[in-house]
Design a protein around this ligand. Sequence first.
Ligand SMILES: Cc1cc2nc3c(=O)[nH]c(=O)nc-3n(C[C@H](O)[C@H](O)[C@H](O)COP(=O)(O)O)c2cc1C
Ligand code: SF4
Length: 247
Amino acid sequence: MIYYFSGTGNSKWVAEELARLTCDTAVSIADIVRSGGHAEVPEGQPVGLVFPVYAWLPPEIVSSFVSELSADKDAYRWAVCTCGDDAGRAMEKLSKKFSLTSAWSLRMPNNYIRSFDTDPEDTVREKIRGAKQRLKQIAQDILERKKVWDIQSGRLAGLKSALIGPAFNKFARDDKPFYSELSCTGYGLCESLCPADNIRLEGGRPIWLGHCLQCLACIHRCPERAIEYGKETKGKGRYYFSEKYLD
Ligand SMILES: Cc1cc2nc3c(=O)[nH]c(=O)nc-3n(C[C@H](O)[C@H](O)[C@H](O)COP(=O)(O)O)c2cc1C
Ligand code: SF4
């Protein structure tokens, strides 16, 4: 079984590609959590995890999911993290909670528009094409149950994961700065796609309920580009994974 978390579709695509290439099944962690369910992997079955890196750590929803995950200790356990640039020690941190046999990082288009802008379209295409190629090798390694640790950690990885990651989770996940512009039509895509059920429409406009994961899907997916996070996202690009980038 392959469990994934994804905000803007990169990790979902990776999980589904790997499921296709290894004849496995990809399941959304957010769907399991929202349904109040619990995942139990049959004895001996391999377990895969796919998730985006958030401030050089795994997203909290992924860390708490794996802490509860019942899986055979001797089974083949692997994970792939997607990141705009580098993963820091995210995988090592995850492996402390759920010991991994193998792990890979994969560069994918950046969606963190609170600090940066989106990648230019040629970079988006180059990253996705590169990832598609790399996934073939990763799938082969998974099928052969290889022991691999292939992570782009980046500079000052230990420091970033030890200091910036926890500080991000503590101080930067506030959802009060979210707002919708007058161009909001009350279409409600944000409400239905939020993986944390953190958005409700009131009077035809979204309100945020205080338990945001900062996946930024609501901002990136709004068809009217009506959602902003304070001043940080104003004038920045929007990104959501699409197969069109492979054309
Ligand atoms: C809150 C947040 C923090 C992020 N932190 C990092 C980071 O530390 N390093 C990095 O390379 N990319 C970082 N990114 C970029 C994402 O990891 C990357 O775009 C990822 O592929 C998004 O996956 P998704 O489309 O499945 O949500 C961050 C994105 C978000 C939303
Ligand atoms: S409110 Fe927006 S950023 Fe926060 S979890 Fe939901 S979709 Fe993601």
